[in-house]
Design a protein around this ligand. Sequence first.
Ligand SMILES: Cc1cc2nc3c(=O)[nH]c(=O)nc-3n(C[C@H](O)[C@H](O)[C@H](O)COP(=O)(O)OP(=O)(O)OC[C@H]3O[C@@H](n4cnc5c(N)ncnc54)[C@H](O)[C@@H]3O)c2cc1C
Length: 394
Amino acid sequence: MKYDIVVIGSGMSGLMASIYLAEQGLNIAVVSRGDPICSVSSGCIDIAGTGDNTLDSITNFPHEHPYHKVGKKGIFESIQYFKDLMEEHGNSYSGDIKKNRTILTPIGKHRITSLVPLTMKHADISKDEIFHIISFKGIKDFFPSYVKGIFQNTDISIFDAGTHTTMGIAAKMDNDNFLSSFIEWIKSQKIKQKKVGLPAVLGITKSPWILKKLELETGKFFFEIPTLPPSVPGIRLYRRLKGIAGGKGVSFYGSADISDFKSEKNKIQYITIKKPGRPDYIDAKAFILATGSFVSGGLFLDKNIFKETVFNLPVYAPIDEELFNQDFFKLGHPIEKSGIIIDKDFKAKESGYNNLFIAGSILAHSETMKFQCGHGMAISTGVAAAKDAQEYIR
Ligand SMILES: Cc1cc2nc3c(=O)[nH]c(=O)nc-3n(C[C@H](O)[C@H](O)[C@H](O)COP(=O)(O)OP(=O)(O)OC[C@H]3O[C@@H](n4cnc5c(N)ncnc54)[C@H](O)[C@@H]3O)c2cc1C
């Protein structure tokens, strides 16, 4: 099958690249092995969590950071593009791209982020604010007593949803009868506070509508508190983006095991997807590699091997720093710097392939945890790589 551009990886960077390119009228395919990190994320868009002002703090990022290849204007425009896209498709995001905000976590701490789904619009809780918490009987991954430990004037009500998982409760919320009985129960609680926080379970497919109905019928402001994975807002975001891409004509090859590729004269010709019968050969004029870092399997590391898993590209690794003898959960661990080094056109340096572009957390020096720039960097490098790939095939 011949495409204009094939994007490998269905994470935030790959999906944004594919949507952008499909909107330019190009024939696009996304080939991916599995679900991305987006589906376990909070659904909030971190841009740069190291200061109050997102774009200003990027100035202080190391000069090798991929954000500098996109530039502040490019970062702003691509994240605005994401925001407009979500609004157009009924899943608006709230917030100012240039600013950070702090939202509540399930243990009552604060977390810095920039854009939040509408269901978290009221989640910026100040230290002295009084609000109400609704929790669910037997729920996993949500800890209202911890929240009360910090916000001592908080009252808690507990609803029996008949299921204990966040995904299970969220699926029930999509049912009109269940939602009506939940709303009736809320009314019966005679909640005094104007703001009501609850774990992120306000539906999987129609959360903006559920939020509106709750607010209209109870007269309260509700805010979701993102929970540990599996994360309902992350799953919503992933499904929405995938749906938008599909709606724009992007073809998807899921559960794809890329076993091989063919190159000729500095160009990737096609990739091979292993299949029980005949393999699929997917050829394109250009490819975008957006396979993520170690968690998603774009990079692989053990004591003897350090590699990029599709094209075996050269991987930058801070080998002079002792990778294995450090605490892996420490912020700023050197392994976070590893990845693919790119040139100004988002091509892998030293790869020798002219039609291969790289985006997202597989990029060297991205250090997404240290700089809290996860989805923001994925969106902006995804769109930037897409523009360069489009320019190339033109
Ligand atoms: C637990 C966790 C929570 C996070 N929460 C947030 C958050 O709330 N907000 C935020 O802004 N950031 C968050 N981040 C960071 C952010 O999610 C990521 O930095 C960003 O989404 C990465 O997107 P990506 O497109 O680069 O890659 P990924 O999301 O990693 O996607 C890579 C894709 O490539 C596919 N793939 C990998 N290898 C292959 C292969 N060999 N062949 C074919 N396909 C392959 C994978 O299956 C996957 O679909 C979080 C990170 C983690 C680890």
